[in-house]
Ligand binder design. Structure first.
Ligand code: ATP
Length: 926
């Protein structure tokens, strides 16, 4: 058992053998038995959140908002004014509404929790001497963890071995400087100051290390802090702010309408004060937009779930909205736009070019010289190149022999391509590696874009093998290997190499340069002093491996869609300029005229020049990830809403700065995933476009919902206006209780259905929504009040007069009580409900014909409509409800009239949409 009473610092100081004993582990890691014991003792390695916020408070919050408050008070007043059934109705509605809001919030919360679970972080540990990938939650004290740059550190652990290892501990200490960490004990003065201890919650920035877990979960230093700081509150999103504003405004308008109706009733119509008050109250209740906030939250959550199905995991609901506004995407090339399947198809040596056959990660190809198979031993220069790429390689590939299968790669695609090349060459890599053990690695980083290893041959000779981007390698090469001879590299040689590179690059191929250097034998004594600066120099250039990384097949369509949606895509790649442009042009990202800016040019550019440059067609090549940050900022300075992709540690600043940071789920580092707002589970650019489409859809669904709930307010208010303006001559065609029936009963479910409407065709054929655009815009106000609302008012009023007419009006006065009055108000109410049936269907699309998307294609709306009609029928026919709502059974003729209402309304709206499509929109909807 682990000696758990020891502090991290005590563990840090123990000699290694004692240490392994103290943690009950060994240099080969834990065995299955030990893992199980530790697991049952310490539980999973997770920071357990004490339920954020109080559930009870969350529940009651839904009954204490401004709107709910108004409804509570209204109920009181109604009861006080001797209308108990009205008071109880208002309260009931308030309670139902509150419960419903709670349920919706809960659903939304569950949806986002489920998403979080889809994002388990993985760690590599050594157990029983074998390296295995496990969920970080499964790490137990004593586990031997293998850590590489970009990994999150998920347990407090003691380093056993390390190589150029640096850790970002800012999450724990607040200090942004990177800290060197190594296996030897040294302690500074601070709380987290042991050199050989790493802490959960921090991240590895560069190099690699192996460490033994000491503390996990809530026992880690991070866990202790988390315990103290768990009650953080999240800040409201722009959408929430906008919605709060909207609700407040609408509530204020409702109150103003109520007051003016009250005053008119009392002073102009001379209606009794108490009844005027009740009447005004009804208006206020009708106009308050109940259900707005929870419905919005629910549609956002549904949007998030739909995005997850399309391989885009959104970390918080706010991003859904921002996605819909995106105007520029700064995208990586390799793996995002392309397949990340590096197949070497040529080897270029200064005096000879070889072709390589076979596609993808299959090893049944060959290295060929003019059609002849080349084997090891035939050309020493080629042998050296192959030796370099075999030794300077950390990737293993389990190849597939049949085409279409999937190769299993542990490592990077570039190195996998090289491994396959050595196999095609039938190089005995394993024997070679045994004979030339690696003494040191100068790890790859995307700033210098190369990697070197120092290996020792059996005769003691030390060699540096380097592979990387051509320009960088040429800059540090002093000699060249030509036909077995090493000689000084000349300008002529360089030009020749560059010309070859350009030829390949123009076809979208990428060249990786290989170089070597003999190191003095004594270097093995002071390997620690071998730095990148003093070792990666004076190289001998050997040759180029030329690899193809074809565009993803779905990319062409995605780029076209983005362009139609007026979203610009800026390629930002570490790859060379010619390759980058060739691929960009090929997939339709830019025209041949596009400007290519390299990382060096970017460094020399002023912010202002960069701002101008990113307005046009532009590609950034050979840039370091840190430079992405400036590109994102420059676009933002131009008023763009920027999405940026990234996968590495150094991408984090750009991902954080972007309005939407997008990390790669499959190949991305934990650091990038942490900094991002969205994670692509398939690393595919096309998934970004799909997510943007969903983002736009969610926003437009909220607008559809608004249109629907607002438009019924007009026919609800219209009867009261008639009553008031006729000076009471026309009895109220719709009672207050009836108004509430619509607003808080029949309207609810269809409105909810609109929140889950699928993307409307054409949603990606419009420009992005401007950030300053409001949810409730002129077009919605016009449609809700001027069009849908007005027509519904006219129809329902006509129905009211129609019933009166059937009973002898205008010979007799309009009925103001009794059965005829009840029947007249009932048909007014029912007519509004049937107008709402049409409105629900009409609101489903902005421009597209609902017949095109399928009139029954949204089952939530259909269910809502069935519910709506069933509810109104109950209110009309159940005797108990008849007395509460002042309703009366309707005859066949009246039903026929009601059932006929939606048809012309839908057809009329179809005609309007057709005119809009034909004359106002240039959508190519086929
Ligand atoms: P993108 O930024 O679009 O993802 P990329 O994958 O080419 O493109 P990096 O991963 O930063 O970007 O690589 C930059 C360059 O570094 C590559 O073009 C290549 O020349 C070189 N390179 C990539 N992988 C390795 C490696 N494993 N060893 C040595 N050099 C490498």
């Amino acid at each position: 058992m682990i000696e758990e009473n020891k502090t991290n610092d005590q563990f840090a100081q123990l000699p290694l053998d004692e240490f392994y004993q103290a943690v009950d582990s060994s240099p080969t890691g834990l065995n299955a038995n030990q893992v199980q014991q530790q697991r049952s003792k310490y539980g999973p390695n997770v920071i357990t959140a004490t339920k954020t916020g109080n559930r009870l408070w969350k529940f009651f919050k839904n009954f204490t908002s401004l709107m709910a408050g108004l409804l509570w008070v209204s109920g009181f007043i109604a009861i006080f004014a001797k209308m108990p059934e009205l008071g109880i109705a208002i309260w009931t509605v308030n309670i139902i509404n509150g419960l419903f809001s709670y349920w919706q919030e809960d659903q939304a919360q569950k949806a986002s929790d489920a998403l979080k679970k889809m994002l388990p972080t993985q760690a590599t540990v050594i157990r029983d001497g074998k390296s295995v990938q496990i969920d970080t939650a499964d790490i137990v004290p004593g586990d031997l963890i293998v850590i590489a740059a970009g990994n999150s550190i998920s347990a407090d652990a003691r380093i056993i071995s390390s190589d150029s290892f640096q850790v970002d501990e800012s999450a724990l200490t607040g200090e942004s400087d990177l800290r060197d960490k190594k296996a030897t004990y040294h302690r500074g003065s601070g709380r987290f100051d042991e050199d050989n201890i790493i802490f959960a919650g921090t991240v590895a920035s560069s190099g690699n290390a192996q460490a033994v877990a000491l503390k996990t979960g809530m026992n880690t230093e991070f866990g202790k802090i988390a315990r103290l700081t768990q009650s953080q509150t999240s800040k409201p999103s722009p959408l929430e702010i906008e919605l709060n504003r909207l609700t407040r405004q609408l509530s204020m308008i409702a109150i103003l309408i109520g007051i003016s109706f009250f005053l008119t009733a009392v002073f102009i119509v001379h209606y009794p004060v108490v009844q005027s008050f009740i009447f005004a109250l009804g208006m206020v209740v009708a106009f308050i937009p109940e259900g707005l906030l929870p419905t919005v939250t629910l549609s956002l959550a549904q949007g998030v779930q739909r995005m997850a199905k399309k391989h885009a995991l959104v970390k918080n609901l706010n991003s859904v909205e921002t996605l819909g506004e995106t105007t520029v995407i700064a995208s990586d090339k390799t793996g995002t736009l392309t397949q990340n399947q590096m197949t070497i198809n040529h080897i270029w040596l200064p005096d000879q070019v070889y072709a390589v056959s076979g596609e993808g990660y299959v090893d049944n190809g060959q290295v060929l010289d003019q059609g002849q198979v080349v084997k090891p031993g035939q050309n020493p220069d080629l042998d050296l190149l192959m030796q370099a790429i075999a030794l300077n390689n950390d990737t293993t590939v389990k190849p597939i022999s049949q085409p279409g299968g999937q190769a299993q790669i542990v490592g990077t695609p570039t190195e996998a391509g090289l491994v396959i090349l050595t196999e095609k060459y039938q190089l005995a890599s394993a024997t070679l590696k045994d004979a030339n053990p690696r003494l040191k690695t100068l790890v790859f980083d995307s700033d210098r874009k190369r990697m070197s290893t120092i290996n020792q041959a059996s005769n003691g000779k030390l060699t540096l093998y380097t592979k990387g981007a051509l320009d960088g390698i040429l800059a540090i090469s002093q000699s060249i290997l030509v036909d077995g001879q090493v000689r000084a590299i000349t300008t002529n040689d360089i030009q020749k190499i560059q010309a070859a590179n350009e030829l390949y690059a123009a076809q979208g191929l990428r060249a990786l340069a290989i170089a070597v250097r003999d190191l003095p034998a004594e270097t093995s004594q002071n390997l620690a002093d071998c730095t990148i600066a003093n070792t990666e120099k004076d190289l001998t250039f050997v040759g180029l491996t030329i690899m193809a990384d074809p565009p993803r097949p779905e990319i062409y369509e995605a780029v076209k869609k983005a362009h139609q949606a007026q979203i610009r895509i800026i390629m930002v790649t570490g790859d060379g300029p010619i390759t980058a442009k060739s691929i960009a042009v090929k997939i339709g990202l830019v025209s041949d005229q596009a400007r290519v800016i390299t990382g060096d040019e970017l460094t020399a550019m002023s912010d202002e020049n960069l701002r101008q440059a990113v307005k046009g067609e532009v590609i950034f090549a050979r840039v370091a990830p840190e430079q992405k940050y400036r590109i994102v900022k420059a676009n933002q300075a131009n008023g763009e809403i920027v999405a940026s992709t990234g996968d590495g540690v150094n991408d984090a600043p750009a991902l954080k700065q972007a309005d939407i940071g997008i990390a790669m789920g499959a190949t991305g580092t934990d650091v990038a995933k942490d900094a991002a707002d969205m994670i692509l589970t398939d690393d595919n650019f096309a998934s970004i476009i799909a997510a943007i489409e969903e983002g736009r859809t969610v926003y437009s669904n909220i607008q559809k919902f608004l249109l629907y709930i607002l438009n019924s307010n007009v026919p609800e208010a219209f009867p009261s206006v008639l009553f008031l303006f006729s000076g009471g001559f026309i009895p109220l065609p719709l009672t207050v209780m009836q108004i509430l029936t619509i607003d808080l009963g029949t309207d609810m479910l269809p409105a909810l259905g609109l929140g889950s409407e699928k993307s409307e065709p054409g949603v990606m054929q419009q420009p992005p929504r401007s950030r300053s655009a409001h949810l409730l815009n002129k077009s919605i106000i016009w449609k809700a009040f001027g069009l849908y609302g007005l027509i519904a008012s006219l129809i329902s009023t006509a129905a009211y007069f129609f019933v009166n007419y059937a009973y002898g009006w205008p010979k007799h006065a309009l009925a103001s009580s009794g059965a005829i009055y009840a029947e007249a108000t009932t048909i007014t109410l029912a007519a509004i409900v049937f107008c709402q049936v049409a409105a629900a269907i009409n609101a489903r699309t902005k421009y597209t014909s609902v017949f095109k998307i399928g009139i029954f294609s949204n089952r939530h709306i259909i269910t809502g409509l069935v519910f709506e009609i069933a509810l109104i029928s109950l209110i009309i026919y159940l005797p108990f409800l008849q007395s509460v709502f002042n309703t009366h059974a309707l005859g066949l003729q009246e039903w026929l009239f009601l059932l006929a209402i939606p048809i012309p309304l839908i057809l009329l709206e179809e005609l309007r949409k057709w005119i809009v499509r034909k004359y106002y929109l240039k959508l190519n909807q086929n």
